[in-house]
Design a protein around this ligand. Structure first.
Ligand SMILES: NC(=O)c1ccc[n+]([C@@H]2O[C@H](COP(=O)([O-])OP(=O)(O)OC[C@H]3O[C@@H](n4cnc5c(N)ncnc54)[C@H](OP(=O)(O)O)[C@@H]3O)[C@@H](O)[C@H]2O)c1
Length: 343
C-alpha cells in the first residue's frame, strides 16, 4: 500500500508512455500549457519512434524505446500506448512507487482502481493504490453532462448515439483519412489499411469487437464505465457508437429519462454553471455545437436541449468534445493535478 495518495511535493520526474501517438502528443502539449511541475520529462514509445525529437518548453527531447531502465526514479507515468503495454510495465512502475494514470481500458473496471473524471468524481482519485484509470473518451464527455443533470432529478435511463471522429482510432487513422479523402477526390478511391473500411465520404458502426449481446466493446464501455463513474449501479443505458469522417472531436446525441420532469431551461442553467461545459445554442440561427467548435479546446460544448416529445420526463441534448483532449490527455493531467499537494 502507498503511504499517501499524493504525488511528492516537488517538481516530478514524469514519463509519457506512448508519447508519439495521438493522445501522447496532446499530453505533451497540455503538460506544457498547464505548466505541470516537472523536473524531467521522459518520452517513451516503441522502437518505431525511437530517436524522434520534439521541442518541449524550448528544449529538445528525444523519444526512447521503452525499457525497464527508463522507469527508474519516476514519480508519474501518463500512459497512452494501449492496455497490454501498461500491464507489461505496471510492476516496474509500482517498484518505483510511481503513479500510473492510464488511458487504456485495461484497469477501468477493476474495483481497486478509481475511474476518474475530475469534474464528476474528483475525490475518487484519492482512493488509488498506484493506478488511476482514465475513462473511455465518449464516457468522459457523457458523464460530464449527466452528473450535473442528475442533481435535478434521478436519471432512470439514457440512450446515446455517438458520432466519433477518426482521431479516436489514433494517429495513423487520422493520416489515413486525409490520404483516402484526397484519393477519393482524385477519382481513385482506395481501400483502408488502418480501419476496416475507408471513412472517406463514408461512416460505419464502431469497429471494436462485437460481444455476445450484439453490442460492441465501445458501446459496453460507455454502459459499464458510466455506471462506475456516476456510482449508479442500476442505471439503464444503451449506446450506439458510430465512426464518422471527422478528423478530430466526437459528438453525441443523448436522450435522458428522469424520474420527474426536467425543464430544458433548468437543465441549461445547471449546465451553464458546471465546470468543463459551455453552451452553444441559438434556436433562431439553428446553431448548435459542431466538432470544429471544440477542436483543441478544453470544454465540452452542449446545446439543443429540448423536451422529448415522446415522453414528458425525457430530455434530448447534443454535445461535442475534443476527445483527444478532454476525452483523454487533459482528463489525465487534471487527475494528476488533483494529487499535487496544495500549498
Ligand atoms: N485517440 C483517442 O481519442 C483516445 C481517447 C481515449 C483513450 N485512448 C486510448 O489511448 C491509447 C493510445 O491511443 P492513441 O489514439 O494515442 O494511439 P496511437 O496514436 O496509435 O499511439 C500509440 C502510442 O503507443 C506507442 N506504442 C505502441 N506500441 C508500443 C510498445 N510496444 N511500447 C511502447 N509504446 C508503444 C506508439 O509508439 P510508436 O510511435 O513507436 O508506434 C504511440 O506512441 C489507447 O489505449 C487508446 O484506446 C485514445
Amino acid at each position: 500500500m502507498r503511504k499517501s495518495p499524493f504525488l511528492p511535493d516537488r517538481p516530478l520526474k514524469v514519463a509519457v508512455l506512448g508519447s508519439s501517438g495521438a493522445v501522447g502528443s496532446e499530453l505533451l502539449k497540455i503538460l506544457e500549457q498547464r505548466n505541470f511541475p516537472i523536473s524531467e520529462l521522459v518520452l517513451l514509445s516503441s522502437e518505431r519512434s525511437e530517436g524522434k525529437k520534439i521541442i518541449w518548453k524550448g528544449e529538445e527531447l528525444v523519444t526512447k524505446k521503452t525499457t525497464k531502465e527508463e522507469f527508474l526514479n519516476l514519480d508519474l507515468v501518463l500512459a497512452s500506448a494501449g492496455g497490454s503495454i501498461s500491464k507489461k510495465w505496471l510492476s516496474n512502475i509500482k517498484e518505483q512507487n510511481a503513479l500510473l494514470i492510464d488511458n487504456s481500458s485495461a484497469f477501468r473496471l477493476d474495483k481497486n482502481v478509481p475511474l476518474v473524471v475530475p469534474e464528476v468524481n474528483a475525490s475518487e482519485a484519492l482512493n488509488h493504490d498506484g493506478v488511476i484509470a482514465n475513462p473511455n473518451c465518449t464516457t468522459i464527455l457523457l458523464t460530464i453532462v449527466l452528473a450535473p443533470l442528475s442533481k435535478l432529478s434521478t436519471i432512470q435511463r439514457v440512450v446515446v448515439s455517438t458520432y466519433q471522429s477518426v482521431s479516436g482510432a489514433g494517429q495513423l487513422a487520422m493520416e489515413e483519412l486525409k490520404y483516402l479523402t484526397e484519393k477519393y477526390l482524385q477519382g481513385n478511391p482506395q481501400n483502408s489499411e488502418v480501419l476496416p473500411y475507408s471513412l472517406a465520404f463514408n461512416l460505419f458502426l464502431h469497429n471494436s469487437p462485437m460481444l455476445a449481446n450484439n453490442y460492441c466493446e465501445e458501446e459496453m464501455k460507455m454502459v459499464n464505465e458510466t455506471k462506475k463513474i456516476l456510482n449508479i449501479a442500476n442505471l439503464k443505458l444503451s449506446a450506439t457508437c458510430v465512426r464518422v469522417p471527422v478528423l478530430r472531436a466526437h459528438s453525441e446525441s443523448i436522450n435522458i429519462e428522469f424520474a420527474g420532469v426536467v425543464e430544458p431551461k433548468d437543465a441549461l442553467e445547471e449546465l451553464k454553471k458546471s465546470p468543463g461545459i459551455e453552451i452553444i445554442e441559438d434556436y433562431k440561427k439553428n446553431r448548435f455545437p459542431m466538432p470544429n467548435d471544440v477542436m483543441g479546446r478544453d470544454n465540452v460544448a452542449v446545446g439543443r436541449l429540448r423536451t422529448d416529445i415522446s415522453q414528458p420526463n425525457g430530455l434530448e441534448l447534443w454535445l461535442c468534445g475534443d476527445q483527444i483532449r478532454k476525452g483523454a490527455a487533459l482528463n489525465a493531467v487534471q487527475i494528476a493535478e488533483l494529487l499535487i499537494p496544495k500549498k
